[in-house]
Structures are given as structure tokens and as C-alpha cells.
Ligand binder design. Structure first.
Ligand code: FEO
Ligand code: CA
Ligand code: CA
Ligand code: CA
Length: 738
């Protein structure tokens, strides 16, 4: 969800725990940084080799295995559809000539013996049903015989994140008959359902005569929930900070939570980012005193949004004495860490890897990619003999952008390995994490976060002793090296035409002209926007930044702002800098996926600022490249009346020829997740939380639900709104967007 809050889910998506006074780009080269010969050496070397070095990608050759990216087989240089208008209708709107089918929604059965979904709050067997709040999603092809095949276009597995649930005052009200119990203690019977609707699902889908359906009895169907046993992998495995009563040797954990964006590895596995997991834990008011003020875990808990005396989002810890409930209380209640769940929260906040094809393999928490509010993971094209590089963002206000560079060099044979999780072990468990620092001259640096580059935390009680500490307390490490505070990093994507990395910065209500989160070149807008009679300030609509590197593993980069999101009628000199029009104006870009088939950039919104005029949407774009626009200087007035000038670098102005609205969703949904068949002729996306502003008090009165989608489109029983996967096809059988 976006800022400008409406529901309780918003609260957990708008965290700002970054109270560090990290300098912004006008001050970025701190004295401390300058002392680091290592960093300066790295930058100097890169500066001589990088800029203008166009060693960027061609496209990988198509593979008959499961991993390698398909070649860009149908690159599009025009957008062959008519833009859809902004819409407040409770339905999915697409251009003329396109079909939409709803294929897989909250509660749909995943086992032959599971009853059809009644959608009245009395459904059972939730471990064998679709979870809630469909989010990121990836496509894993199958051949006609159901064997893994990257080229499969009519049969496949979809691996899907189930991020959260539509809630009000603790309860996930649409899955309980009368809306559930909104006070503590929560009944165990309700909590058991809520534990099961979070996590991941794998579901088989197939097309017959152009009609797609999911297969309710496929042996591939799988759920991973908040209770599923998973393995800790990478540098944090065995750390004292991950010791729990469940796993005294810190090698195992239970569940994955708040899974938001996704990625697909070059070896054909699914990765998923754990985003707002901290909200699920409680700490009692005395916990700091009990642990002792010098316990560095306390600094970690505060930096990750859990100071002592914090209540949990759903009150799961209140449901009884059983371990599965107690674990959500993160207080130090036992004699030591092996006797309680004081470290349970440290087992969340990672990228998890799952082999969608192999349900016998436990999910791995890939701790080497750091611990924060992970969104998506964008893998640069794998090149033989070069490291694997993955770009990531920390989605909270004023958090950072990160990059992981593997220690192992890519062996192309690994694209077709049978044991895909073992390949993940090889590339994701050993490597180096970097955090982005953007400079006001249009360049930037990836700063290494490791024990090779000694990190001195601002808090004197917090000493980094190992790479495990860096993996677990990543935000504190990044704070210590003058990383740039961003306007909420969401999804990233790699442009297959150029190799450039794009990242959405969805919005930031805490961006200010001056102070700790003051404007800088990479986050250069502060303005006012009216939603009805309500004024919102900050960077209300967000922007999309992009990064060019000669070699993805380099530490130096060039950047510009590809797109400033805006309402079309906003001031073109300060707000609507990208010249958006009615055909392509938008707010709060979140999902961003490049098509490997067409090269189009698909942008999805999760907005609550422009929703007086339109529901959330998806747009198609043909972007250029870093540097195709120019420098722009913005002028602001400080509180003391003096002028603050901010130089920024922007991409070329937009027009409907190269950026056009393709889809608008039903009421109060977010558009998210995108994957497609390898021929580009079927595109799957997710409609998350339609009707999320409905009131629990109206549970018996469907006419008062703010949305009745997808039931009002003929899908499924009941009237309660449901998150769902849809598939889009072109009536003439062509490539989507052509
Ligand atoms: Fe789950 Fe950052 O959106
Ligand atoms: Ca979001
Ligand atoms: Ca407005
Ligand atoms: Ca998101």
C-alpha cells in the first residue's frame, strides 16, 4: 500500500525507522568515507573503465532447460494499442482487442480433496487453498508431458507471493464468518487460518484453445505458509542472533511472511522478498530492561521497527500457549535464547529461494542478500565467467538500494542443472552486499558492506563482528557508510535492450526540503497534491530511477530519473516534469517488470493519492537509456526563507507513443506481479486487495463492500472481494502490447 493511509495494512507498509542523520548527496563524501583507500581505489578504477563502455547485454540464447532467459524474440518499438482511460469502475479494464480471464483467487482449492471455496467465512482446510493478497509472481514452463521446460507456452507453474491480508483491528475479517475477533486474545481457530493465508503458492495452469485454467488437483500445487519449516542459508546460518527454541543451532526457521516482490534466478528458481515482517511481532514494554541496554539486539529491534512495547498486527501471540502462537512474542521471556523467541524476528527479512518444480526441497532463506524490507530481486544477465549480480530495494521511507555480487563466477551449464537449489547455494550463499550512494553529478557508488570494509555503527553498543552481523543487521551497516535515503524503493527490473537497472521509488510522505530526509538529486521533488479536500505533501506520486553500469559488478555507476510520476494537470516545471498526459498519468509506481519477449517495461501502481480520479493501473513503456534527457535544477524555499537548489538528471520527456496506460483494476486494488509465456502471448498479473477499504461492521451487508470483484465478473461463490490472478490474451492471438 501507499502512503496517505486508509487501512491498517497501510500502517505496516509505511514504516520509517531510519532516524540516522545520513548525509544526502550534497555532503555524501564524508571524511570517514574519504579515509577508505579501498573504496576510493574501487571508484577510481571503475571511473576509468565504466562510462560509455557499452559492454552491455545482447540477449541470452534460449534454452531448452529451465533457467536461461529467453531471447527477446519480438522486440516492440511501438505500442500497438489504444490507451485505456482512467477508471473508477469495479472491474478490470483493458484495451479493445484484449481478453481478461480470472483464473486463481483467494481460497481456491489446491488439492483434489479440498472443498470448493464458499467465500462466506466458513471455509476450512486453508493449508490447501490459495493464500491472500496475491503479489509478485513468476512463470515456470512445463512441456506437454508436465516436465520442466523453459519453452512451455501452454502449461506452466505460477509461483505466487501471498503478501498479507485485508484486515481491520487485528482481524482478517473477510475470511471469518462474522468478521472475526478484533480484540485480544485472538481465538486459535482464527489465527490458524490467518497463518495459512500468508506465504507462497505454486499452482499449475494450462491453456486449451486459448482458455486458461488452473489445475486444482495438480501434484505440483504447493503451499508454503507462515508455519512451513525452512532452512537458514548463507552467512547468518548458525548465528547467535538466530538461535530460537525451535532451532537452538540457528539452522532452521518457520515460515515466510509478507512476501512482496519476486525474481527468477538464471538457474530457474523462484525468489521472493520478505517485506513488512516486523509488524507481525510483539514486544512487551519491559523487554529492553530485561535484555539490558547494551544488548545489541535492542538496537537491531529498534532499527527494524520493533521498540519495546510494540503490539503486533494480528495478535497471533495471544492465541494460546502452543509454540506456534508464542513465537510471535519477540520478548526475552526465558532463561536464554534457546528457551524463548527473543530472536524469532531475526529469522525474517530475507530473500527466500524456492524451487517451484520441486516440492521436496525446503525453502531457503538466502541471508547473504541482507535483511531489510525486501521487495523484488532483479538479476543482471548471467555472463559466463562473471559473478551473478542481483539488485534489491528496502521498501520503507528513507531506506536504501542494495546490490549483491556473488563470489562464484557464472558457469552457463548451471542454467540447466537438475538440482537447482544446489546452484542457489553456490551463487547466493557467498558474495558481497553493496549499498547505493547517489551523487549530485549524476554518478554514484556501490559501497561494500562486509568485514573487508570495516563498519563502525553509529551506536557505540553495536559492534559488527562478522559477516553474519552484516547479513542480519544490514540497515545498521548501511547507515554507517553514508548510503542515500530513497523515496521507498519498490520493484526493480533490468532493461533487456540496454542492461540498465530500473527501480521504482513509490512515494515518500517523509521527504522534506530540509532536515534528515531532505531533498537530494536522486530524490528531488517536494510538492503538495490535493486529494479532494485533503492535502498531501512530500514526494506524493513517486518516481523511477535507473542505473547504468558497464559491468554490473562494478562499484561505479551513472544514473538518471527515467520517469516522474504525476497527475497530468500538475505544474510541468516542478511536478509533472516528465510531461505526462491523460493517456499515461499515474501515481505511486510499484511493480516494474521488463518483458524478455518484447522489451516493454510494464509499470504497475499501488496508489492511494490519485484514487479520487482512478483505480490503480498498469502501463506499458518503451524507455530509452540513462542520459537521454538532461539536467534540471529545482528551486525550493527553506524554512528560514533561503533558497535550496537541487540539481537532478531526468530522462527524455514522455509521450503516449512511448508510455501508455494498458489496464485499470477494480476498486481499491493494487496491480502487481507480472509474468508471461515465453512467446509473449499470455500475460499473468495479480489484482491485490480489491475492496480493502470495506468495513468489518458491514460484513453481513455485501452491498456496502467497496468492491465485489471478482464475483461481479462471474468468478466464484459469494460476494466478498478476493485477490486473484488474471491472464490477459490478445483476441487475434498476438503478442501482448503489439
Ligand atoms: Fe509490498 Fe513494497 O509493496
Ligand atoms: Ca506496495
Ligand atoms: Ca490529486
Ligand atoms: Ca510492492
Amino acid at each position: 500500500m501507499t502512503d496517505n493511509t486508509r487501512t491498517s495494512s497501510d500502517i505496516f507498509n509505511n514504516e520509517d525507522s531510519n532516524t540516522t542523520a545520513n548525509p544526502h548527496i550534497d555532503q555524501i563524501m564524508s571524511a570517514r568515507l574519504n579515509r577508505r583507500g579501498l573504496l576510493l581505489g574501487g571508484m577510481g578504477a571503475a571511473a576509468t573503465s565504466l562510462f560509455g563502455a557499452g559492454a552491455l547485454t545482447g540477449c541470452a540464447t534460449a534454452s531448452t532447460g529451465t533457467g536461461a532467459a529467453a531471447a527477446m524474440s519480438a522486440p516492440l518499438n511501438t505500442l500497438g494499442f489504444t490507451a485505456v482511460a482512467k477508471s473508477l469502475a469495479d472491474k478490470v479494464v483493458v484495451p479493445a482487442g484484449y481478453n481478461v480471464q480470472i483464473i486463481y483467487a483467494l481460497g481456491d482449492p489446491l488439492k483434489a480433496g479440498t472443498a470448493a471455496f464458499k467465500n462466506d467465512g466458513n471455509d476450512t482446510d486453508w493449508d490447501n487453498r490459495s493464500g491472500d493478497h496475491h503479489d509478485g509472481m513468476e512463470y515456470f514452463g512445463l512441456d506437454a508431458n508436465g516436465r520442466p521446460s523453459a519453452n512451455g507456452t501452454t502449461r506452466a507453474l505460477l509461483a505466487i507471493n501471498h503478501e498479507a491480508t485485508t484486515d481491520e483491528k487485528l482481524t482478517s475479517f473477510f475470511i471469518h464468518a462474522n468478521g472475526g475477533t478484533a480484540t485480544l486474545p485472538r481465538p486459535a481457530s482464527e489465527v490458524d487460518k490467518e497463518l495459512a493465508i500468508h506465504g507462497l503458492s505454486v499452482v499449475e495452469v494450462a491453456a486449451q484453445a486459448g482458455q486458461w485454467n488452473y489445475k486444482p488437483a495438480s501434484n505440483y500445487n504447493r503451499r508454503v505458509t507462515a508455519m512451513t519449516e525452512v532452512l537458514i542459508s548463507g552467512p547468518a546460518k548458525g548465528s547467535e542472533h538466530l538461535v530460537t527454541k525451535f532451532s537452538p543451532d540457528a539452522t532452521r526457521a518457520r515460515g515466510t511472511l509478507n512476501n512482496c516482490g519476486t525474481g527468477k534466478t538464471p538457474w530457474g528458481t523462484f525468489v521472493s522478498g520478505e517485506e513488512n515482517w516486523f509488524g507481525y511481532f510483539s514486544r512487551d514494554a519491559k523487554d529492553d530492561d530485561r535484555r539490558g541496554k547494551k544488548d545489541k539486539a535492542v538496537a537491531g529491534l529498534v532499527r527494524y521497527g520493533r521498540p519495546a512495547g510494540t503490539a503486533s498486527r494480528h495478535g497471533w501471540e495471544s492465541a494460546g500457549a502452543e509454540d506456534k502462537y508464542v513465537r510471535w512474542n519477540n520478548s526475552a521471556l526465558g532463561a536464554n535464547a534457546k528457551a524463548d523467541y527473543r530472536n524469532e524476528m531475526n529469522t525474517f527479512g530475507y530473500v527466500v529461494e524456492m524451487d517451484a518444480y520441486d516440492g521436496s526441497q525446503p525453502v531457503r532463506k538466502r541471508t547473504g542478500l541482507g535483511r531489510f524490507a525486501h521487495e523484488s530481486v532483479s538479476f543482471a544477465k548471467a555472463v559466463a565467467g562473471q559473478p551473478i549480480v542481483a539488485y534489491m530495494g528496502d521498501d520503507a521511507r528513507n531506506e536504501y538500494m542494495y546490490k549483491f555480487v556473488s563470489a562464484a563466477k557464472w558457469d552457463a551449464a548451471d542454467a540447466n542443472a537438475n538440482n537447482r537449489i544446489a546452484v542457489g547455494d553456490k551463487y547466493l550463499d557467498k558474495g558481497t552486499l553493496f549499498v547505493a550512494s547517489f551523487k549530485d553529478d549524476g554518478t554514484g557508488t556501490w559501497i561494500e558492506l562486509s568485514m573487508n570494509n570495516p563498519i563502525v555503527a553509529a551506536n557505540p553498543d553495536f559492534e559488527f563482528k562478522s559477516d553474519a552481523d552484516v547479513a542480519i543487521f544490514t540497515r545498521l551497516a548501511a547507515d554507517a557508510v553514508s548510503a542515500t535515503k530513497m523515496d521507498r524503493p519498490e520493484w526493480g527490473g533490468i532493461n533487456p535492450r540496454t542492461g540498465e537497472f530500473y527501480m521504482t521509488l513509490t512515494n515518500n510522505s517523509n521527504r522534506t526540503v530540509d532536515g534528515d530526509a531532505s531533498l537530494d538529486s536522486a530524490n528531488p521533488r517536494f510538492y503538495s497534491d490535493m486529494k479532494g479536500s485533503k492535502e498531501n505533501k512530500g514526494n506524493v506520486h513517486g518516481h523511477i530511477i535507473r542505473v547504468a553500469q558497464g559491468n554490473p559488478a562494478d562499484t561505479a555507476f551513472k544514473w538518471d530519473i527515467y520517469l516522474f510520476a504525476s497527475e497530468a494537470d500538475a505544474d510541468k516545471s516542478k511536478v509533472n516534469l516528465s510531461n505526462l498526459t491523460d493517456e499515461n498519468d499515474m501515481s505511486s509506481p510499484d511493480g516494474l517488470v521488463f518483458s524478455d519477449v518484447t522489451g516493454l517495461c510494464w509499470i504497475q501502481t499501488d496508489d492511494n493519492a490519485y484514487t479520487d480520479k482512478t483505480n490503480c493501473m498498469m502501463l506499458a513503456a518503451i524507455p530509452g537509456k540513462v542520459g537521454d534527457g538532461g539536467k534540471k535544477t529545482l528551486s525550493y524555499k527553506r524554512a528560514d526563507g533561503s533558497e535550496k537548489r537541487v540539481d537532478t538528471y531526468m530522462g527524455k520527456a514522455q509521450s503516449p507513443d512511448i508510455l501508455k496506460r494498458f489496464l485499470v483494476g477494480p476498486v481499491e486494488c493494487e496491480i502487481t506481479g507480472l509474468c508471461e509465456t515465453p512467446d509473449g502471448k499470455a500475460m499473468f498479473i495479480n489484482i491485490q486487495h480489491p475492496g480493502e477499504g470495506s468495513k468489518m461492521a458491514d460484513i453481513g451487508n455485501p452491498a456496502k463492500y467497496t468492491s465485489q470483484w471478482p464475483a461481479n465478473a462471474g468468478y466464484g461463490a459469494g460476494n466478498r472481494p478476493r485477490s486473484a490472478t488474471i491472464v490477459i490474451t490478445k483476441k487475434d492471438g498476438g503478442v501482448i502490447g503489439s
